[in-house]
Design a protein around this ligand. Sequence first.
Ligand code: PMP
Length: 426
Amino acid sequence: MSLLDRHRAVMPSWMPVYYGDDALEIVSGSGRRVTDASGRTYLDFFGGVLTTMIGYDVAEISDAVRRQVGTGVAHTSTLYLIRQQVELAEKIARISGIPDARVFFTNSGSEANESALLMATNVRRSHQILAIKNSYHGRTFATMAVTGHRSWSSSALSPLSVNWLASADRLRGRMAGLGDGDLIDAAVDDLREVLATVTAGDVAALIAEPIQGVGGFVHGPDGLLGAYQKVLAESGILLIADEVQTGWGRTGDHFWGYQAHGVTPDLITFAKGIGNGFALGGVVGSAAVMNAVPAISFSTFGGNPVSAAAGNAVLDYVLDHDLQGNARRMGSILMEGLRALSYDILADVRGRGLMIGLEFVRPGTTEPDPAATVRVFDLCREGGLLVGKGGLHGNVLRLGPALTLAEEEAREGLAILIDAIATADT
Ligand code: PMP
């Protein structure tokens, strides 16, 4: 029996596996490349869903983890003092931009958002939340409730009362010929309208991704979150920035995605890249909000010694090697190459730094074309390049390589991608 058949026989049907009957088993990795069970090597432009932020088999990170494992202490994150955890919290608090910040570690992005929602609802004594359509915040009950499309949010049960804001994305704005200022005005009007339907003072928080990840790397104009926050502040409503995909310099211009918006969130959530594959997430926020939970709240494994060791090594690597700068430079090479293309199926190339989305449509229309997207996706793999998929209609290819991407690799990946698009367009 093949591994895929065994997987299907023992895993639930809803677990996504890329490449259908030709699913990939990755057995080793080095730098920005992975090798599958048949010995074929691929350039990886998706990095395990943006988790291998530094790349595969990076000595500084593997050594830090090995050192921790070598102490024999791999256990809980709570009850005892953990030097690695305190050091990482100090660094994240400093870099968060939030004054007098506190950090709580989790294992995943879902738990980070769940914790942020817990704190916001406690400090505001309200279970009303604002969220944005087309968002993805996780798979716990509260985070599914604020995930802006039912196909990514499999439970109809919600512990929260959620009101939805329109996704003021660039694509729709550009298609409708709207400029950034018009889009922000429209989004703020929408926010005011939604607030008029609830008692604004009772809303706990707005949760937003600076760039929507699973939603297809869609983002509103710079300054949008700042414009929202001005309105939210009138009623003391908190802003939660979900930086699970956008944090740590990935967007190139800024360390955090929120910094493009002239705003400081009350809470920032993070996960994915900070562990470079080891399970680590968390929330950073002001002491006033973070301390609001009235009972003991903990995570057995969130920020455990091994994950915290990885997190410290990753953050040091990002800062010491100016990976934000590299994300900006490599992102521009990819963006320039892709924006120069003119194919009927390619409707939009968008994103920031090393977070780039390509949107595919039926030629001559604005109708999403998931079939063309899958063709390009499969052709990329045939050509030796792994990319991701996403978007509400499954018609967006997502590029999120490690921030250590080298220029030759950026150009190599670009060439494969261009070939794939050209072939799929004919
Ligand atoms: N927030 C965002 C923006 C995400 O992209 C994801 C994961 N795709 C999550 C939260 C949930 O993270 P996890 O899968 O680690 O629980």
